[in-house]
Design a protein around this ligand. Structure first.
Ligand code: WT7
Length: 635
C-alpha cells in the first residue's frame, strides 16, 4: 500500500471532508511526496472569472525527475514500461526505470541537438511504441511543450494543430502497424508540412520499414541521431505553472482547441488519482488500452503510473487482431492486475462472443476501469461477469481532456458499486448540478448540468493562444463555476451518473467530435450546399454520426456520392469522423432566425419520429415531413 491511498469508506469520507475544508493543506501534503528544487510560496490562488488558477506557485521542479530519477534508488530495476507489439510474435520490450531514465536523457539530447529548447512546442505524431513515451518525457526533460497528435488524424488536422501551436519540431515514424494494416505516417507528415512554416526539423523513427523521402536539412533519422549524443541529460528546472503540454480536443465550434496543462498541479493530481482509482500496489502490472494521443494516455499510461513507480503496459495494436481475444491474451501473458479500457471496446468484444474470452484465465485481474463515455448496463455486467469474474470492482471514471485527471469515480473496495454510475467525486473535487438558469440544485435525485465549483490541481489553465475562448467555453456559462458540457443525474445516495453532452459535441467510440467540425469537412465537397450533423444511439460506438446534407445538384448515384463525402471527411479530419449514415435532404429544419433545430434532427436520426416536440418555431414545417419520409437515406 502507498501513502495517501484510501482503503475504507470511513477514510474516504474523512479525507473528502478534509480536502474540501482545507484544500491547501490537503494538496500540500500530497505534493510533499515529490522532489522539488524549491517548494512553493503559495499552494493555490484562483479566480474563475478570468480565469486564472495557480497551484504551487513559486515552486521549481522537473516532472521527469519525479517520474524517473526519484525511483532509481528504490526501483531502478523494476519494469517501468512493458511494451506489447502489434504482432504477438514480435519481441516484447521491457524498459526498467534505469533504462527508461537513460533513454529519455539520450533522446532529450537528440532534441537539443536538433535545436529544441525550453518553451518550444514539439509535435509528436507517432505509433504506440516505447519511443513515443520516451519522446513525451524527453520534451518534459528539457522543458519543451509536447503536443501529441493521435496518429489517426489526417494531414489536414495535423497541419492545423502544428500551426496553432507553431511547433518547431515534429517527431514521427516511417509508418505504424495497426492489425494487418500499415499506416504511412511520414507521408502524412510530409503532406501536412507543406502547409506549415514553423517546423525546422523532423525526427523519423524507423518502425515499419516503409520507404520514405527524407528532406535534406529538415528530416533526420531517430536511430542515427541517438548515436551522436550522450545518455545523460540534466533536467531543466521549471516553474510550477510552466506549460507541460498542449492537447487538442473538439468543442462545439469548428476549430479544435489546444487544452493547456501546467506542470506541478498536473503531476500531483495524476499521481494521486492514479494510486487511488486503481488501488495500485508495488508489484502490480497496470494496463490502460488508450492511445497516448488522447488525454487518457497522457495521464494514465505515462504520467500517473510513472509518478507512482508503476509498471505500465503500452500496446501497439488493436483489440480485434489477430482475433477478438487479443486483450485477454495480453492480460494473461503479462499477468495484468489493473485493466482500463473504453465501453466501446467492451461492446465490440462482447459482440464477438464468449469464445474469445473463455480460453483465458484472467485470474490476475484485480480492478477493471471504464472511461470515455457512459457505460451501458449490459456492457457493465458483461465486463463484470466475464472479465472480472464478479471478483473485480469496476471503476467507471468520469473526466475530460480539460480536467487532466479523473474527477468522479468509485475507489475499489471503498465505494459501493452501482452499474452505470461514475459514483462519487475524488477528494478535492467539488461537483455540482445547476439548472438552465444557473441555479444550483442542492437536492439529491435531480438532473442538471454538471459543473465543478472549486479548482483542482490538474485543471485546464488556458486554450493555447486563445485565453478568451477558454473563459467563454468553460467559465462564462455559470458564475464562478467550471462548466463541463455534460448533463448528469445525482441519485438519492448522492452518486453521479453522467448522461452525456448537452452541447454540439458527440462521443463516437469514446472520441470527442464537434458536429461543426464534421459539417465543415462535409461542406468541402463541391456538391454540398449545407449539412447538419447529429449523433444517434449506436450499439457499439455509443454514438454514431448522422449527416443530413443539402446538395447543389440532384444526386444520381447515392452510393458514389456517399463514398465521396466519406473521402472528404477522411481527408479533412480522419477515419474516426466518417459519418455512419448520410441522408440527402432538400431542406433543414430551421427557426425563423435561421438556426438549425438539431433537437428535431436528433430525434429523426434516432428513429424516434412519433413525437418531435414543439415545432411551432419552424420556418417551414414541410421540411420535417420530407426528412421523416427518409428520401435519399443510406443505411
Ligand atoms: C467527455 C470528455 C477523459 C477521458 C477520455 C475522454 C465523456 C468521459 C466518461 C464516463 C460518461 C464520460 C463526457 C466528457 N466521458 N468519461 N466515465 N462516463 N461519460 O476525454 O475526449 O475530453 O471527452 O467524455 O461526455 O465530457 P474527452
Amino acid at each position: 500500500m502507498k501513502e495517501h491511498q484510501i482503503i475504507s469508506w470511513e477514510q474516504y469520507k474523512a479525507t473528502y471532508k478534509h480536502s474540501i475544508e482545507a484544500p491547501e493543506v490537503f494538496w500540500a501534503d500530497i505534493a510533499d511526496s515529490f522532489k522539488w528544487h524549491k517548494k512553493w510560496d503559495k499552494v493555490l490562488s484562483w479566480d474563475f472569472k478570468k480565469p486564472s488558477v495557480q497551484w504551487f506557485e513559486g515552486a521549481k521542479l522537473n516532472i521527469t525527475e519525479n517520474c524517473l530519477d526519484r525511483h532509481l534508488a528504490t526501483r531502478g530495476d523494476k519494469v517501468a514500461i512493458l511494451w506489447e507489439p502489434n504482432n504477438p510474435n514480435e519481441e516484447v520490450v521491457r524498459l526498467t526505470y534505469k533504462q527508461l531514465h537513460q533513454k529519455v536523457g539520450q533522446f532529450a539530447n537528440v532534441l537539443k541537438r536538433n535545436g529544441a529548447k525550453k518553451g518550444d512546442r514539439i509535435c509528436i505524431y507517432m505509433p504506440m511504441v516505447p519511443e513515443l513515451a520516451i519522446a513525451v518525457l524527453a520534451c518534459a526533460r528539457i522543458g519543451a511543450i509536447h503536443s501529441v497528435v493521435f496518429a489517426g488524424f489526417s494531414a489536414n488536422s495535423l497541419a492545423d494543430r502544428i500551426n496553432d501551436a507553431t511547433c518547431s519540431l515534429v517527431l514521427t515514424a516511417d509508418g505504424s502497424f495497426r492489425g494487418n494494416k500499415i499506416i504511412d505516417l511520414k507521408i502524412i507528415v510530409d503532406e501536412a508540412l507543406a502547409r506549415c512554416t514553423s517546423v525546422k526539423k523532423v525526427i523519423v523513427l524507423k518502425r515499419t520499414g516503409t520507404p520514405v523521402t527524407m528532406q535534406v536539412n529538415r528530416d533526420v533519422w531517430w536511430q542515427e541521431e541517438l548515436e551522436k549524443v550522450a545518455h545523460n541529460c540534466m533536467a531543466e528546472v521549471m516553474d510550477a505553472e510552466d506549460m507541460l503540454f498542449v492537447l487538442y480536443t473538439s468543442g462545439s465550434t469548428g476549430k479544435p482547441k489546444g487544452v493547456v496543462h501546467t506542470i506541478a498541479g498536473y503531476m500531483v493530481y495524476t499521481y494521486y488519482s492514479f494510486i487511488n482509482v486503481f488501488g495500485y500496489s508495488e508489484e502490480d502490472v497496470y494496463w490502460c488500452t488508450a492511445d497516448i494521443g488522447w488525454i487518457t494516455g497522457h495521464s494514465y499510461i505515462i504520467y500517473g503510473p510513472l509518478l507512482a513507480g508503476a509498471t505500465t503496459i503500452m500496446f501497439e495494436g488493436i483489440p480485434t487482431w489477430p482475433d477478438a481475444g487479443r486483450f485477454w491474451a495480453i492480460c494473461d501473458k503479462h499477468q495484468v492486475n489493473q485493466f482500463y479500457t473504453a465501453p466501446t471496446a467492451i461492446r465490440a468484444l462482447m459482440a464477438k462472443g464468449l469464445k474469445y474470452v473463455n480460453s483465458y484465465k484472467l485470474d490476475t485481474l484485480k480492478v477493471l476501469g471504464s472511461v470515455g463515455e457512459p457505460i451501458n448496463e449490459e456492457a457493465w455486467h458483461w465486463y463484470d461477469e466475464h472479465i472480472g469474474k464478479k471478483n473485480c470492482p469496476i471503476v467507471d471514471t468520469w473526466w475530460q481532456t480539460e480536467t487532466g485527471g479523473i474527477q468522479i469515480s468509485a475507489i475499489p473496495h471503498v465505494t459501493k458499486l452501482k452499474p452505470t454510475y461514475a459514483s462519487l467525486p475524488l477528494p478535492g473535487i467539488v461537483p455540482c448540478l445547476v439548472n438552465n438558469e444557473g441555479e444550483e440544485l442542492h437536492d439529491n435525485e435531480v438532473e442538471g448540468l454538471l459543473c465543478i465549483k472549486f479548482p483542482w490541481p490538474s485543471m485546464i489553465r488556458t486554450i493555447y493562444g486563445d485565453h478568451e475562448r477558454c473563459r467563454l467555453t468553460y467559465f462564462s456559462a455559470f458564475d464562478n463555476k467550471y462548466f463541463t458540457g455534460d448533463g448528469c443525474r445525482r441519485d438519492a445516495d448522492g452518486f453521479y451518473r453522467i448522461i452525456g453532452r448537452v452541447d454540439d459535441v458527440i462521443n463516437v467510440s469514446g472520441h470527442r467530435m464537434g458536429t461543426a467540425e464534421v459539417e465543415n469537412a462535409i461542406n468541402e465537397h463541391p456538391n454540398v450546399v449545407e449539412s447538419a450533423v447529429v449523433g444517434y444511439p449506436h450499439a457499439i460506438k455509443g454514438q454514431g454520426i448522422y449527416a443530413f446534407i443539402i446538395t447543389n445538384n440532384p444526386v444520381n448515384n447515392i452510393e458514389a456520392f456517399t463514398q465521396a463525402v466519406l473521402q472528404v471527411v477522411n481527408k479533412a479530419i480522419g477515419p474516426i469522423a466518417k459519418p455512419d449514415k448520410i441522408q440527402v435532404v432538400t431542406g433543414l429544419p430551421k427557426t425563423r432566425s435561421g438556426k438549425i433545430m438539431r433537437r428535431i434532427l436528433r430525434k429523426i436520426a434516432s428513429g424516434d419520429i412519433s413525437n418531435l416536440g414543439d415545432t411551432s418555431t419552424l420556418l417551414d414545417p414541410s421540411v420535417v415531413e420530407a426528412i421523416k419520409k427518409g428520401a435519399g437515406l443510406i443505411a
